[in-house]
Design a protein around this ligand. Sequence first.
Ligand SMILES: NC(=O)c1ccc[n+]([C@@H]2O[C@H](COP(=O)([O-])OP(=O)(O)OC[C@H]3O[C@@H](n4cnc5c(N)ncnc54)[C@H](OP(=O)(O)O)[C@@H]3O)[C@@H](O)[C@H]2O)c1
Length: 162
Amino acid sequence: MRISIIVAMDKNNLIGASNQIPWHIPGELKKFREITMGKPIIMGRKTHESIGKPLDGRVNIVLSKNEEISFEGVQCFTNLEDVFSSLKSEKEVFIIGGSQIYEITLPIANRLYITLINREYLGDTWFPKIDFSEWKITEKNKVMEMTTQTEYSNIVYDRANE
Ligand SMILES: NC(=O)c1ccc[n+]([C@@H]2O[C@H](COP(=O)([O-])OP(=O)(O)OC[C@H]3O[C@@H](n4cnc5c(N)ncnc54)[C@H](OP(=O)(O)O)[C@@H]3O)[C@@H](O)[C@H]2O)c1
């Protein structure tokens, strides 16, 4: 099973502000949907609450330490091991955040889909530090979104040793 992390961050690794995404870039949301469609998506409880509903066309998995918690249309788990055992037959699963869940999955991820926004925003949640010596770029596209005048790059990294 390939474990893929997907994240959008600014120049300073910022990913969140007050439990929301600090920007609204329609092209970026569309790309996220295309890449993850049909694949299981794994997220932290706070990210699920921030989205506010299950994302369609994908098995939604939410991590929480609270055994009592349940949300409509999602599967809740209290630990990652149980998540991965339940997904054993999948070819690729997506970790979609937030910071706490990226932190525990970055060491075991095989692929990173990073949208790097060429701007600086204000916020309170960051992606963990990446050791780029462990990763090689396998795809990179620069995008200029005209509606919001935002420049960003879509970069795919695979583990350097795989
Ligand atoms: N830019 C992006 O691409 C992107 C993507 C996703 C999210 N975000 C942003 O990131 C922010 C949220 O990130 P966050 O780090 O605060 O929260 P989070 O990672 O979404 O969720 C944290 C919660 O996950 C549960 N959890 C964490 N570690 C766990 C473990 N080992 N086992 C079981 N459950 C565990 C806990 O839930 P309980 O407290 O219920 O136990 C914890 O409170 C928001 O601002 C969101 O908009 C940005």
